[in-house]
Design a protein around this ligand. Structure first.
Ligand SMILES: N[C@@H](CCC(=O)N[C@@H](CS)C(=O)NCC(=O)O)C(=O)O
Length: 219
């Protein structure tokens, strides 16, 4: 049965899932949810009944609707173990999750659409301040990631990708976050290791086909 991914082309949480589906060679159909049109299609009842958080992505399989991109990635990993997005070794697995969570919990949510909307509409901050806010959290997070990934550690085996020489769950999170950084004109020069991982990922169809510009709903 074909899976359906409720997705918005520029949503980085959706982008994570698209990469994982592609890496695992799974077929799916995109159900576009435009986060801006009609005041945000995520708030329409037909969508918010699927996800009461009114956020994409939602993955539908056999009538089951899953939300939260990292839960979806873990589900895909358990249901379709090959190729693996997590290393076999428990310590390495924890390292991959550590990197993924740094992005998904400590960078991305601060720059989410509804947070930016609240800053603009309710707290009435200026566009320049909003952009400074976005850049601030990305730079803070990327500096820490760069430090960890550049050095590696005895128990975090660096390779061409975040951990090792095959793309995994951390790369699924990193690449969309770099896309966001570039979209908001964050200078990537201080993060050469992140850029080298980006280049390794961009060489793969799974990443290229998941990119916002390649989506059916790309504006
Ligand atoms: N923690 C959630 C975050 C999902 C999320 O932030 N989705 C954004 C797009 S990237 C969204 O739908 N935003 C709608 C809004 O802010 O109104 C996940 O990883 O799935």
């Amino acid at each position: 049965m074909t899976m359906h991914l409720y997705s918005y082309f520029r949503s980085s949480a959706s982008y994570r899932v698209r990469i994982a589906l592609n890496l695992k060679g799974l077929t799916y159909e995109t159900v576009p949810v435009h986060l801006l049109n009609q005041g945000g299609e995520q708030f329409l009842p037909e969508f918010s009944t699927l996800n009461p958080q009114s956020q994409v992505p939602v993955l539908e399989e056999d009538g089951h609707h899953l939300t939260q991109s990292l839960a979806i990635l873990e589900y895909l990993e358990e249901r379709f173990p090959t190729p693996a997005l997590l290393p076999a070794d428990p310590l390495q697995r924890a390292r991959v999750r550590q990197l993924a969570l740094e992005i998904a919990c400590d960078i991305h949510p601060l720059n989410n659409l509804r947070v930016l909307r609240y800053l603009k509409r309710d707290l009435e901050i200026a566009e320049a301040q909003k952009n400074a806010w976005i850049a601030h959290w990305i730079k803070l997070g990327f500096a820490a990631l760069e430090q960890q990934l550049a050095a590696g550690t005895a128990d975090m085996q660096r390779g061409r990708f975040c951990v090792g020489d095959t793309p995994g769950l951390a790369d699924c999170c990193l690449i969309p976050q770099i896309f966001n950084a570039r979209r908001f004109e964050v200078d990537m020069t201080p993060y050469p290791t992140l850029v080298s991982i980006e280049q390794a990922c961009e060489a793969l169809d799974a990443f290229r086909l998941a990119a916002p510009g390649a989506q059916p709903d790309a504006a």
